[in-house]
Design a protein around this ligand. Structure first.
Ligand SMILES: Cc1cc2nc3c(=O)[nH]c(=O)nc-3n(C[C@H](O)[C@H](O)[C@H](O)COP(=O)(O)O)c2cc1C
Length: 184
C-alpha cells in the first residue's frame, strides 16, 4: 500500500473478527515500531503483546466505563500495551534538558504511529487507547519500577469500516512566517 494512502485511510477500529493474526504479521508490525525515530535514539519504548483471553478481559476492565474501545480490547485476538522506560527520552546525562521534561510520550507515539500504519498496510485494524487506568494495567502486566504504561491497542482483522471523522482544514492550523498568519 502506498504510504500516503495508508496515512489517510487508516481508521480507528473498535469491532474485530476472531480470525487469528499470524506471528509473521505481528513481527512485521513490531518491526515497524522498532524503526521509529526517538530522542537521541534512546528507544525508551517496550511493548507487551497479550493473546491470553483472561488477561485481555482484565485489560479491557482498566478502561473507563465510557470508553468505546473496551469490547475491542477484550475481543480482538491480540492486545498490545505500549510502555516506556522513564527518564531516558529528553534527557542528557540523567537530567531533562527541555521545558517538556520526559519525552517518552512523544517517542512512544511515533513508534505507535509506525505500528498502526504497518497494521493497516497488512489489512489489520488498531485503535490507540489512552483513556485507561495505567496503574491497574501496570499491576496486571507486572511492570517493574521505572516503566510506565502509555497506551494500548487491540490488533486484529476489522469487522467494521468506519467513516473518517472530519479533520480541520489546513488553513485552521497551518501558519506562515508568524503564528496566526494565514496564506494571503
Ligand atoms: C492519544 C490517543 C488516545 C486515544 N484514546 C482513545 C480511547 O481511549 N478510546 C477510543 O475509543 N479511541 C481513542 N483514540 C482514538 C481517537 O478517538 C481517534 O484516533 C480519532 O477519533 C480519529 O479517528 P481515526 O483514528 O479513525 O482517524 C485515541 C487516539 C489517540 C491519538
Amino acid at each position: 500500500m502506498e504510504l500516503f494512502q495508508a496515512i489517510k485511510e487508516r481508521r480507528s477500529i473498535r469491532k474485530y473478527k476472531t480470525t487469528p493474526v499470524s506471528e509473521e504479521q505481528l513481527n512485521t508490525i513490531l518491526e515497524a515500531a522498532r524503526w521509529a525515530p526517538s530522542w537521541a535514539n534512546t528507544q525508551c519504548w517496550s511493548f507487551v503483546v497479550v493473546r491470553d483471553n483472561e488477561t485481555k478481559e482484565r485489560l479491557g476492565d482498566t478502561l473507563s466505563s465510557v470508553n468505546p474501545a473496551t469490547a475491542a480490547i477484550k475481543s480482538a485476538p491480540i492486545a498490545i500495551v505500549a510502555c516506556a522506560k522513564l527518564a531516558r527520552s529528553g534527557h542528557y546525562k540523567g537530567t531533562p534538558v527541555t521545558d517538556k521534561g520526559d519525552w517518552f510520550m512523544f517517542d512512544v507515539a511515533l513508534a505507535m504511529q509506525n505500528l498502526t500504519l504497518a497494521a493497516h498496510g497488512l489489512g489489520l485494524g488498531t485503535v490507540n487507547v489512552g483513556y485507561l487506568d495505567a496503574a491497574k494495567v501496570a499491576q496486571i502486566l507486572e511492570l517493574p519500577e521505572g516503566i510506565a504504561v502509555v497506551e494500548m491497542t487491540p490488533l486484529g482483522y476489522p469487522d467494521e469500516e468506519p467513516e473518517a471523522p472530519p479533520r480541520k482544514e489546513l488553513s485552521e492550523f497551518v501558519f506562515y512566517e508568524k503564528y496566526g498568519q494565514v496564506k494571503s
